[in-house]
Write a protein that binds this ligand. Structure first.
Ligand code: BYC
Length: 327
């Protein structure tokens, strides 16, 4: 809907002129200048941004499903109000991100079609079920905690609209992380049964959260170019390590055990070293075979179909307004 007319180049860098433009573009990136929608950019830069920003948008939208599942069952009015606000924030993040992708010339309809047809990915983490109330605490603490770790550097991403969207997203994610940690703290300091729920949630979410950062560096196909273009400021493994270092002491403060027998602090480096991540599971989830992939896609398709009348009404209204203004 908001897609703008852009100075889109095919980005084919075979001509001398385009090679010069590409060199000037890289010099701007190296000088930490922000790239804005109407600036010249290589087609591959545009493509990688549309891919990442749209996957990020889809993740925010699909990410409402696991938590939305608990809105009607939140244990108190205060918890319900906070959870409702959080889920609405995630929807808002999706909308900022679709709008950022639209500044690159990709239409919202096209991006949503890619999600619904299964062509576009969304974060692996949202293909896991929320079985107990403790999962809502674990998602806020761990999933939003991992998201913040990944998104803070994106506030300095070279593409202006994405970087600016991330600043607001990170502020809201910080509230989400705190509400999740507070739920975990209440459970962990509560009855033996509550503490067991908290431990069980940590056991199930720990490894999938480490997978959120993407494949190991040597298997990450986009990292080199995204780093060269300052879309990425840290590698997948570097961010994963930062997350582990920040989170292990938080688990200890809760009195919970991280489900990794190989986890140990390296006093020389100051880092927490962790065991082998179950990458086969990650591959299965990405291939559509996670515990909830089919449910998530079915829920998105149903929401899209149920919302058809809203899109039709909005389009009819826009058409009516256009005619009125023209008259
Ligand atoms: N899940 O070359 P790589 C939230 C894909 S939502 C699925 O390393 P890249 C929240 C990757 O896309 C936060 N796919 O890629 C919402 C690529 O596939 P394609 C979501 C994954 O882009 C609600 C392939 O694997 N955050 O916070 O350099 C409630 C190779 O990977 C995953 C973002 O989207 C994965 N985990 O790096 C609560 C952050 N990992 O595209 C919370 C923005 C990798 O070639 N995205 N893949 O088919 C990024 O920072 C980067 O895209 C990634 C991957 C670090 C995720």
């Amino acid at each position: 809907m908001y897609t703008q007319a852009l100075n889109v180049s095919d980005g084919d860098e075979r001509t001398i002129e385009d090679a010069e433009r590409a060199a000037r573009f890289q010099a701007r990136i190296d000088a930490e200048e922000r790239i804005e929608p109407n600036d010249w950019m290589p087609a591959a830069y545009r493509k990688t941004l549309v891919r990442q920003i749209s996957q990020h948008a889809h993740s925010e939208v699909v990410g409402m499903l696991p938590e939305g599942n608990w809105i009607t069952r939140a244990p108190t009015l205060r918890r319900k109000a906070a959870l409702l606000a959080k889920v609405q924030d995630e929807c808002g993040h999706g909308l900022y991100l679709y709008a950022a992708a639209e500044t690159l010339g990709a239409s919202r309809e096209e991006l949503v079609d890619q999600l619904l047809s299964g062509k576009a990915k969304y974060s692996s983490i949202f293909n896991y079920p929320t079985l107990t109330w403790a999962d809502i605490g674990a998602i806020g603490w761990l999933v939003d905690g991992a998201a913040i770790m990944n998104q803070i550097p994106l506030c300095r991403c070279s593409y202006g609209p994405y970087a600016r969207a991330m600043i607001r997203v990170c502020k809201e994610e910080s509230f989400h992380q705190r509400q999740g940690y507070e739920i975990m703290l209440t459970l962990a300091k509560g009855s033996a049964e509550q503490k067991a729920l908290a431990q069980d949630a940590l056991n199930r979410w720990w490894w999938p959260c480490l997978m959120m950062f993407g494949p190991p560096d040597q298997a990450s196909q986009h990292s080199d170019t995204s780093t060269k273009w300052k879309i990425k400021r840290f590698s997948n493994d570097e961010l994963r390590q930062k997350f582990v270092d920040a989170t292990v002491p938080q688990a200890h403060y809760l009195g919970l055990t991280v489900p990794d027998p190989d986890l140990k602090k390296n006093d020389a480096t100051g880092h927490w070293e962790y065991g082998e991540i179950p990458w086969d599971e990650f591959k299965q989830v990405l291939a559509g075979n996670g515990p909830c992939n089919r449910d998530r896609m079915a829920a998105r398709r149903k929401a899209h179909d149920d919302g058809a009348w809203v899109r039709e009404a909005a389009a009819a209204y826009a058409e009516k307004r256009k005619k009125k203004l023209a008259a």
